[in-house]
Design a protein around this ligand. Sequence first.
Ligand code: NI
Length: 169
Amino acid sequence: MTILKILTYPDQTLRRPTSELDNIDGDVQQMIDQMSETMYDAPGVGLAAIQVGWDKSVLIYDIAAADQDRSLQVLINPRIVDQEGEILSEDEGCLSVPEFRADVKRYSSILVKGVDREGRPIELEAEGMLAIVLQHEIDHLKGKLFIDHVSALKRQLYTRRMKKKLRSK
Ligand code: NI
């Protein structure tokens, strides 16, 4: 098992926009396996490649409940092609933004297009929890973090807290 290091705020790599993946080879499959081991170990419900320093448009997620079987989903080169409505994502969090949670406004329904890990086209209609997770992970692929959706003041306070913590290490 390989657990990759998850980059955390304010690491600037997290701000790097990712590029599309056009060749899904064995190395990519191996990287996806390592991402999934890392996500389950954390544990988290979603992980974008850039969070482990890989600047490709790849995300994984599993929103199965704790008492259900694992259901790993892989989405490559995803893009939101349609969106509507509004939902408040309560207490949203991120493995790359430790010790911070906030309510975030998200679209309640989205339509996502991309390809799966075999390169087959996928079209996904998502609502509720799944829509929130996908918007969060697709943001990562553009170098955006959920903390960018909260007020500048909250973000400043958090940044100060994290810098202090880094200094005291
Ligand atoms: Ni995240």
